[in-house]
Design a protein around this ligand. Sequence first.
Ligand code: SF4
Ligand code: SF4
Length: 369
Amino acid sequence: MPESTEDRGLDTCTTCPTLCRWSCPVAETEARETTSPQRLVVLSSLLKQEKITAETVGVTPYHCSHCYACVEACLHHNDVPMLLSLARSRVYKAGAAPAGIREVTANFAVAGNAQGAQLDVALKEAAQEAGTGVQHEGETVYFPGCSTLENSPEVVTDFLRAVALQGAPVPALTTVSASCCGLPLLWAGDLVGFTLHARRLAERLKGTRRLIVEDPTCAHAFLVRYPWLKVELDVEVQTSAAFLADAAQKNEAPTSAEAKKNGPAACAFHRSCGQLRGLHEVEAPMDLLTRAAGAVAELPGEHDCCGAAGLLPTAAPATARAMAEARLEAFRRTGATTLVTSSPRCLAHLRSVDPNASVEALTSVVAKS
Ligand code: SF4
Ligand code: SF4
C-alpha cells in the first residue's frame, strides 16, 4: 500500500464518528471501545507517527479477525484489516509482537507454513485415502491450504472424491499443493516475509493455468493481497466451492437432495468471512450445498464471524472462542443437525471449541451426497 493511501485511510477513520462500530464482531464480543475498528486505526495512526511506542501498542492491533465487516459497512470501504496489518508490521519489526505470533513466523522459517508441519506427508496420505489416482502434472492444480492439510486432511480426501463423483477431471497435486499461501505471515505483521513467500510461490506457479483453492482466505490472499504487494500471479484462481458448483451444473444427474428440498433443513450454513466479504462469493456455495443436502438454513445473528482468521485465536483466544460459541449457539437455534462451512479454517476452529458439535466442510457434504 503506498504511504499516501495508508495516510488517507488513517485520516478517514480518525475523523469519522465511528460509523462502522456496530459491525465489528471483536469489539462487540469484548464489549469495549478499545478494539473497535475506529479506535484500532487511531492507535495505528499514532504508532505510525511515533507518538506512541510499539511496546505500548503491543497485542492490540491483533484484536481483529480480518472479517471485513467494517470494510463493507464503511461508506469509503476503508481497508481496516490492511491498515491493521501495517500497524502489526510496525509492532512486529520492533520485536513487540506477542510470543504466539512470533512462534507463527518461526514456524515459517522452519517448514514454510504457520504450523511448522510436514504438509507433503499429509497431502500424500489424503490422496491415498481418496484412491483416485493422483497425477502430479497438469495445468489445473489443487491447493488445499496449510490449515486444511494440518487440521482437516479428510477435506482433501473428500475434495478428490467429490470431483470424481461429479465426473470432472481431477486437478493435479503438485509440490505447490503442499504449500501455504503465506497469509499468516501478513496477519503476523511480517510484511517482508509475506512478500518474499508470495514471490516464491508465484514463481513456482509459472506454467499452471488454474488453481483450485479449498480455503477461501487463501483465495483472497492470491486475488487481493498478492496484487496489493505487486506480486504477479499469472494463474486463474477458483475456490473449490465454485469449481464443484460448476461441475455439478454440468453434471445434471439428480441427487438424493432433490427429495429433501421442501423438507426441514438438515444443514445450516456458516458463510465464512473470506468467502462472503473477501471474495463476494455468495451463490456458488449455497447452490452446491442445496444440490447436496436439500433445504438449507442460514445462521441467524448480527455477526457471522466465528473468529478463526487473522490469527485471532493466537492473539486473543478467549475472544475467538466466544465468537465461535456464538455461531454454534446460532446453529443450535436453527434445529438443523449439521453445521456446514466452506472454510476449513472455520471448520477446525468451530470443532476445537465444541468437539461434539456436528460441523462439516461443504466439500465433505458434497462428497457424501
Ligand atoms: S472504517 Fe469507515 S466507518 Fe469505520 S471508522 Fe473508518 S471511516 Fe469510519
Ligand atoms: S475486520 Fe472485522 S474484526 Fe477487524 S476491525 Fe473490521 S469488523 Fe472488526
